[in-house]
Write a protein that binds this ligand. Structure first.
Ligand code: FES
Length: 166
């Protein structure tokens, strides 16, 4: 069985059209290795993350090693190796946020949602990640929920913030 014929991760048990879209993007980029960032961006948009199956396609079609692709994905925080929830919560653990207590904010989110960093709640609503500095140190400690930024947090504020998304 070829790698591209692996069963769809979404559980549909059939052909995964998202793989066709990735192949289409690669074709549009004329199989040009220098377009790797663009292709990964598009793949992230197609799946909401960059699964192993897509990494294999990109590796094969562009002739780039899996290690190199993995290195690029893990270097840039906008790329994710894991599926994300409808609302992705990112708590900053950069230095400014950390010294102002972001670890306790993160612990509170974990406690309320019952998930760890890198996990998604069972209903698919929330995912949680810890990030490096997002450039909003003046608001430390900071967390984002999708595009929304919440600053000057303390753990007692987390419950009410999450309740807005319930
Ligand atoms: S350290 Fe958190 S925003 Fe800069």
């Amino acid at each position: 069985m070829s790698e591209n014929n692996e069963k769809c991760a979404c559980g549909c048990n059939g052909h995964d059209e998202r793989e066709d879209k990735v192949l289409e993007v690669i074709k549009e980029c004329k199989y040009d290795k220098s377009q790797l960032m663009h292709i990964l961006n598009e793949t992230q948009n197609i799946y909401g993350y960059i699964p192993m199956s897509a990494q294999k396609i990109i590796s094969k079609e562009l002739g780039i090693s899996m290690a190199e692709i993995y290195g690029v994905i893990t270097f840039y925080s906008r790329f994710s190796l894991e599926p994300k929830g409808k609302y992705n919560i990112a708590v900053c653990l950069g230095t400014a946020c950390y010294v102002k207590g972001s670890q306790s904010v993160l612990d509170k989110v974990k406690e309320i949602l019952g998930i760890d960093v890198g996990q998604v709640t069972e209903d698919g609503k929330f995912s949680l990640e810890a990030t490096r500095c997002i450039g909003a140190c003046g608001l430390a400690p900071v967390m984002t929920i999708n595009e929304e930024v919440y600053g000057k947090l303390d753990p007692s504020m987390v419950k009410d913030i999450l309740a807005k998304y319930e």
